[in-house]
Design a protein. Structure first.
Length: 75
């Protein structure tokens, strides 16, 4: 499920992020019937399509608890 919302961290937290741009993803593992079964994870900021693709590939693995999210390569 994908949901778009205003900053869930509060205006001061969002305004004071080091990069100041991009979006944050809030992830939470669920059971097959969509009941939450783990704590939320904040990922981001996601600042470009490459970062979004890395996140998408990692999510498709479905192994959040055992495989760390790879970092985007800096250019």
């Amino acid at each position: 499920m994908l949901v778009a919302a205003a900053c869930v961290l509060g205006p001061l937290s969002c305004a004071s992020r080091p990069t100041g741009c991009g979006v944050m993803a809030v992830l939470q593992q669920c059971t097959n019937d969509r009941m939450p079964c783990a704590l939320t994870q904040l990922v981001g900021p996601i600042t470009d399509r490459g970062g979004a693709a890395i996140l998408g590939d990692w999510l498709e693995l479905g192994q959040w608890e055992t495989v760390q999210l790879p970092r985007a390569q800096e250019t």
